[in-house]
Structures are given as structure tokens and as C-alpha cells.
Ligand binder design. Structure first.
Ligand SMILES: Cc1cc2nc3c(=O)[nH]c(=O)nc-3n(C[C@H](O)[C@H](O)[C@H](O)COP(=O)(O)OP(=O)(O)OC[C@H]3O[C@@H](n4cnc5c(N)ncnc54)[C@H](O)[C@@H]3O)c2cc1C
Ligand code: SF4
Length: 538
């Protein structure tokens, strides 16, 4: 065995790759993790809204193209931990119904090749691993779970509690959003998380967010059988003469090209970059791109229809950690609209600096500073449907081209209307029903005002399924066309559902991890960990 030969190579360290690395690490198999980025530097600027939201300092400087060939600057991050370094850590399970076929106003959301029940044990493992804080039984659409959340929900601050009470009085069922922050409210002196206002969209300066670096990669590389190479951009995958096996992973590192090989290769570069990598790896045996006999690689790109809606009230909103309240009453529809509409929750508290860059409409008699002090900043998510013409391709100068036409928009407009109606029904003790001045939509991606650049929830580009003609991956996320190539990032989603995707990516990585351990003839990760504990005790 040469130095460049491993049992497993994992490409990417985000929600998918990081979680898989953690799961496989105790197996004693030789594992190489390749990450194009470096660690997020720990610096005061991590928590500076000007640097993070306005200057977009931590976003990649890479440019992609839209369908008309215009440059776009994607709102995405290349670091150890991937986009989880910057995520809001709202860690939701998909609904049980999301795994079946669902009829939407704009078309059909297809069924998954696995059921909710198959993923349930892995959701539980992922919630424990990522220390999710939540309360079961509050969310009316919540799927069945075999165990409670490992931590109680993060409490609402008074303004959000007041809104929750108002919503409940008007007949809604508001709930605490499940979040992965290491907050111990019973023991504040010892709590790693300090409950700050720079969480969603920011990297955590004190390492208290449950991201894939802190929770998974840092743990995985404690094992001597695991090697992490940062600043290592995978350029292409090469196959053997039969085309059935990846035999070389070509990496640009320190200005030159190096080739690594492994029995099993797992791609987890994020849905857009993974599709791009397979397309760029086309060869004689795979002329349309690797693992692409179905021609679905790159297609069915989804990213949710998302919007930020600011409700400006006469009452101030001094909330620090705002992402605690969710409303799913309209997830599957309502009496007046029988189709799914989506999910309502919050973004992190918006501040005047961030608002200035976004230039939203100004509420009457308000300045941006006053708006920021008085706004409730909602996050609305609706499902976008898989359209084969919404796709990733490779364009001029080998750049990524993202072609996307939004769909199922009626659902999102209805959801916005439902929120407006719900806000009218609130009844403030001081200002009555007149407390709320109105709702203003705001472009979240303030650094780059191109909505297409908002690729935070990217998924669907290398879908899994049972039919090799309509999917690129089988139910274990192995490519149908190759024997040793897997994909475990958000690419595998056949439908996007309408809750945040990361927990499903993590749970699926654990599920695929068990399958890979079986293939490697390794003991399960849990068994190995137990053995380690026994030998430490000895
Ligand atoms: C601001 C923001 C807020 C978010 N909030 C939430 C939230 O609250 N809840 C939620 O569920 N989701 C949230 N998300 C989305 C969530 O972060 C993603 O769904 C998740 O990180 C996707 O995981 P992944 O493994 O598919 O890809 P990523 O996490 O993007 O990981 C991909 C990794 O691959 C690396 N890579 C890419 N190409 C290559 C290559 N060629 N060679 C080597 N390495 C490569 C990248 O550098 C990266 O580290 C948010 C995202 C953002 C940006
Ligand atoms: S709220 Fe907690 S986890 Fe989030 S950035 Fe602040 S300290 Fe870190």
C-alpha cells in the first residue's frame, strides 16, 4: 500500500462529509478527508455584522454564472465544517409525509426511496450528536420520535414569548424551534454558548455552535487512522478502464496536482459542487459526466423559496437570540388552500448595519435604526419542486452555471398572507391590534442582491431512487453506475420539503455510514466506541 492509498476518501467536511467522517473514524480503517477550504480563522470579525453580512468577507470569492452567462457571487462558504460553520443550526426532521408523494399547487413532490421510519433512528443519533435543544409534542406536524430531544428547548425571550402567546390565543400552535447550540440555561456559568445575537449567518467565536467542525471533524481527527488535508481542492475523479470504479482522486494542493485512491470514495461537496465535480469528471466511459447514465446529475436543483419578512411593531423587540419560535400550522395547507404552504420561523435578530445594506422599504415614521429595534424578523420557507431544467452545468472557463426558474410560488404567497393575517390578530396590551405597522419583505442576501446567489439550502442535484433511469444514486446513496462511489451531501434529496435541510443530511450520512461500515467489514462505530471506553477503563 502506498501512502496515497486509503480505505475511504471523503471529499468535503460539511453536514454530510463531516458527520460521515465522525461515524467512520472509530472503525480503525484508513480514512482521508479532503477539504478545499481552511479553518475559519478565530477573530473578532467572526461576530461583526459589517464584515459578515455587508462585506460578505467569509463567502467564497469564486464566481458562478446564471443561465444568461451573467456572473453571480454565491452565498456559500468553503471551510472545515462547510456551511454549518455559518448556519442558524435550526435542526428539523422532515415530516413523515415528506417521504411520500405530496400534491402541491405547483405540481407533485415525489416520494423518497426510503421511508421516514428507516431514517428515524438516525435522526435520533444526529440530534444527540448535534446536541439539539427542543421540546417534543409542540409542533403539530412533527413526525413520531422514539426518544426526547437530548436538551430542553432554548427558551423564548419576553418579546417572542408574548408573540407565541398571541399566536396561541388566535388558535395557532407555535412551538420552540429545535436548535443545535450548546446552551445550558440551568447552568449559565458553565454554559459554552453565551446566547448572543450573532449566531445565524455567523461563525461561533467560542465554538459553542453544533457545527460539523466542532462536533465531528475535531473528534474524527483525534483517531490516528484519520487524516484531514485542508486547502485541498478535488478537481476530478478518474475511473479504471471498465468505468465501474473510481481509481484516482485528483487534488490541487499547494499549487500542484496530487492523486489519491481508496476502496470507497464519498463525495460531499454540497449539492452544487458535487454535481459540478461529477460533470467535470466525464470520460470515455461516462461521456455525460461520472455516474450520469440517467442524465439527472446536476438536474432538479432545489433551494427552497425563502423570504425574510420584517413585522415592525410599536413595541420594541430587544430579543438577543430570536430563532426560537416556529409555526407549522400551514405546512400541509389550510381550509381555504388545500396545498402545502410551508414553514414560518425566525432569522437571527436583524440590526441596522445589516438592514442598511439590504435597503428595505422604510416603515412610516421609522428610521432603519428604529426599524431594527422594533422588528420581528420572520423566515418563511416553502417547498420548491424538482424541475429537470433547474440545473447545474459547466460553462465558460469551467465555471459553474446555475439555471433556476422558481416554481410553486403560489404556496409561498399564501404563506406570506397567512403570516400577515396572524400578525393582525395579535393584541398588544398597550397598542391593541394597531401595534403592528405592517410587514416588509427584505432581500436577505445583502452582500449580493441576486436572489439566485442565495444557495444556502441547495439540494437535489444527484437524486437517489430505485430506478437507475431516473436517479443517479441507489437507496444507499451509492452511484448506480459505479461500485465504489457514494454521495452524502444534500444532493440526494428527491424533494426539498419545507424545513431546513441540515439534520436530514446529517442523519442520512449516519445511515450511509452504517452501510459503509458493513462494506468495509468494520465493527459499527458504536461498538468500536464502546470497546475504546472499555480499554480506557482498563
Ligand atoms: C447562512 C446560512 C444559514 C443556514 N441555516 C441553516 C439552518 O438553520 N438549518 C439548516 O438545516 N440548514 C441551514 N443552512 C444550510 C446548511 O448549512 C446546509 O444545508 C448544509 O451545510 C449542507 O451540508 P452539505 O454537506 O450538503 O454541504 P456543505 O456543508 O456546504 O459542505 C460542503 C463542503 O465541501 C467542500 N468542498 C466543496 N467542493 C469541494 C471540492 N471540489 N474539493 C474539496 N472540498 C470541497 C466545501 O468547502 C464544504 O466544506 C444554512 C446555510 C447558510 C449558508
Ligand atoms: S448564540 Fe451561542 S452558539 Fe450561537 S454564536 Fe452565540 S455563543 Fe455561539
Amino acid at each position: 500500500m502506498t501512502d496515497n492509498r486509503y480505505d475511504v476518501i471523503i471529499i468535503g467536511t460539511g453536514a454530510g462529509g463531516g458527520t460521515l467522517a465522525y461515524h467512520l473514524a472509530p472503525s480503525a480503517k484508513r480514512i482521508l478527508i479532503l477539504e478545499r477550504g481552511d479553518y475559519v480563522p478565530r477573530e473578532k470579525a467572526n461576530w461583526d455584522p459589517q464584515v459578515v453580512n455587508v462585506d460578505a468577507h467569509y463567502n467564497t470569492k469564486e464566481s458562478w454564472l446564471d443561465k444568461d452567462g451573467k456572473e453571480l457571487h454565491p452565498h456559500t462558504n468553503y471551510y472545515v465544517g462547510g456551511n454549518t460553520k455559518f448556519y442558524g443550526a435550526a435542526l428539523f426532521r422532515l415530516r413523515k409525509e415528506d417521504f411520500g408523494e405530496l400534491r402541491h399547487h405547483g405540481g407533485v413532490s415525489p416520494a423518497w426511496p426510503i421511508s421516514y421510519d428507516e431514517l428515524e433512528p438516525y435522526y435520533t443519533q444526529a440530534e444527540n450528536l448535534y446536541q439539539v435543544h427542543g421540546n417534543r409534542g409542540e409542533d403539530p406536524t412533527e413526525p413520531p420520535a422514539n426518544s426526547p430531544y437530548p436538551w430542553p428547548a432554548v427558551s423564548h425571550e419576553p418579546r417572542i414569548q408574548q408573540l407565541s402567546d398571541d399566536f396561541a390565543r388566535s388558535g395557532l400552535k407555535p412551538f420552540h424551534v429545535p436548535v443545535g447550540v450548546m446552551l445550558d440555561e440551568k447552568n449559565p456559568q458553565k454554559s459554552r454558548c453565551i446566547r448572543c445575537n450573532t449566531c445565524d449567518g455567523f461563525s461561533c467565536l467560542v465554538g459553542a455552535k453544533s457545527d460539523a467542525q466542532v462536533v465531528c471533524i475535531d473528534e474524527a481527527i483525534k483517531h490516528s487512522n484519520v487524516t484531514l488535508l485542508t486547502n485541498s481542492l478535488v478537481k476530478r475523479l478518474e475511473t479504471d478502464a471498465t468505468g465501474r470504479e473510481v481509481k484516482g482522486v485528483v487534488v490541487e494542493r499547494n499549487g500542484s496536482l496530487e492523486t489519491y485512491s481508496a476502496d470507497l470514495v464519498v463525495v460531499s461537496c454540497g449539492a452544487i459542487n458535487s454535481a459540478a465535480l461529477l460533470l467535470r469528471s466525464a470520460n470515455d466511459k461516462h461521456p455525460r459526466g461520472l455516474a450520469n447514465s440517467s442524465d439527472v446529475v446536476g438536474r432538479h436543483y432545489m433551494g427552497h423559496t425563502n423570504s425574510v419578512m420584517m413585522a415592525i411593531s410599536k413595541c420594541p423587540n430587544p430579543t438577543i437570540f430570536q430563532k426560537t419560535l416556529g409555526v407549522n400550522d400551514f405546512y400541509f395547507g389550510s381550509k381555504d388552500f388545500e396545498y402545502p404552504m410551508g414553514h414560518i420561523s425566525f432569522v437571527g435578530k436583524l440590526d441596522a448595519i445589516t438592514l442598511k445594506a439590504g435597503a428595505p422599504a422604510i416603515a412610516p415614521n421609522f428610521t432603519l435604526e428604529l426599524m431594527a429595534k422594533h422588528s420581528l424578523d420572520f423566515w418563511l420557507t416553502s417547498e420548491d419542486l424538482p424541475d429537470p431544467n433547474n440545473r447545474v452545468t459547466i460553462g465558460r472557463d469551467a465555471k459553474i452555471v446555475l439555471t433556476y426558474t422558481p416554481n410553486n410560488l403560489e404556496a409561498h404567497e399564501r404563506l406570506q398572507a397567512k403570516l400577515k393575517q396572524a400578525m393582525k390578530q395579535t393584541n398588544c396590551a398597550i397598542h391593541g391590534h394597531e401595534c403592528h405597522q405592517g410587514l416588509f419583505a427584505r432581500n436577505l442576501y445583502v452582500g449580493q442582491k441576486i436572489p439566485l446567489a442565495g444557495v444556502a439550502h441547495q439540494n437535489g442535484t444527484i437524486r437517489f431512487g430505485n430506478d437507475p433511469k431516473t436517479s443517479a444514486l441507489d437507496a444507499n446513496c451509492k452511484t448506480h453506475d459505479l461500485d465504489n462511489l457514494y454521495v452524502v451531501d444534500g444532493s440526494f434529496f428527491p424533494s426539498s420539503a419545507a424545513v431546513n435541510p441540515a439534520l436530514t443530511i446529517m442523519a442520512n450520512a449516519l445511515r450511509v455510514g452504517d452501510h459503509l461500515l458493513g462494506r468495509l467489514g468494520a465493527t459499527s462505530a458504536r461498538q468500536s466506541r464502546n470497546q475504546e471506553l472499555v480499554s480506557t477503563a482498563d
